[in-house]
Design a protein around this ligand. Structure first.
Ligand code: F6R
Length: 267
């Protein structure tokens, strides 16, 4: 796992945009896995700015979002489709025909979940998956105790997650109790994963998933099994890490390697 500790949220957003835009610059038809919530907003804003400056073009990208609430009517202001359309898809010029979110208003949700898995597979799999993390260690809506091999399915949200997300609604009663979410197994199938965490409220979950044991009680810890994960943290989210100086040392070496000026005698 590559753990990158950056000065602040803006630096995290810029680095995440670099990674996504870099992949799309190499392959304009990259299949992106996307997240909602407060954390990726800065990244999406930066991606939109790069499109406006003519530095990026996402019109050929196929996208799959991690999750969608069950029970909100289509077009609801807090549905994740609305979130994605207003914060990224429309302003950054994505082709809406190839932007997918779990179809949470389908009549048969379990069939809809299998179809979502099949459409990811038919698109050739997710090349780069963006993730946030819940204060309870969830990724997507895989709450603690989710199987580490889980696939897309309907999941009940914990009270903690509903409280955390109540800030987007008028009251906690309005926060849905169910969501369709990609499973942990689905997420681990992505070729590359970029997890973002900012703010002190994430410090405990961040420490648990990076430095703790792999456990269904901390769903993000399953990422320890994936060979290409980059974790972008601001100072506050990195606050509980005990091996911080080692991560910074590794990162400094990694940066030198990438710049091609690696001299083992200088390390
Ligand atoms: C959203 C998602 C969730 C969020 C997590 C953090 O699509 O999958 O796992 O990433 O709940 O949310 P924020 O960023 O609002 O703190």
């Amino acid at each position: 796992m590559r753990v990158v500790i950056l000065k602040d949220e803006t630096a995290v957003s810029h680095r995440a945009a670099d990674l996504l835009c870099g992949a799309v610059a190499k392959n304009p038809a990259t299949v992106l896995g996307l997240a909602t919530g407060g954390t990726p907003l800065g990244t999406y804003k930066e991606m939109v700015s790069r499109v406006e400056r003519g530095e990026a073009n996402f019109s050929e990208c196929t996208t799959f979002n991690l999750d969608e609430y069950v029970g909100l009517e289509p077009g609801h202001s807090q549905s994740y489709r609305t979130f994605m359309e207003s914060n990224l898809f429309a302003p950054a010029g994505f082709n809406l025909d190839i932007c997918h979110l779990p179809p949470s208003s389908a009549k048969n949700l379990s069939v809809a979940c299998s179809e979502y898995e099949s459409s990811i597979e038919a698109a050739g799999g997710i090349e780069i998956q963006l993730l946030g993390i819940g204060t309870d260690g969830h990724i997507a809506f895989n709450e603690p105790s989710s199987s580490l091999a889980s696939r897309t399915r309907v999941k009940a949200l914990t009270e903690q997650t509903r409280k955390d997300n109540a800030r987007f609604f008028d009251s906690i009663e309005q926060v849905p109790k169910l969501a369709i979410t990609m499973g942990i197994g689905t997420i681990l199938d992505a070729s590359e994963i970029v997890l973002l965490a900012t703010g002190a409220s994430k410090a405990s979950a961040v420490c648990a998933f990076i430095e703790g044991p792999i456990s269904a009680q901390v769903p993000a810890s399953a990422l320890q099994l994936h060979p290409r994960v980059t974790v972008l943290l601001d100072e506050a989210a990195a606050g509980w890490l005990t091996r911080r100086s080692y991560y910074q040392q590794v990162e400094a070496i990694q940066e030198k390697l990438e710049q091609g000026d690696f001299d083992p005698n200088l390390i």
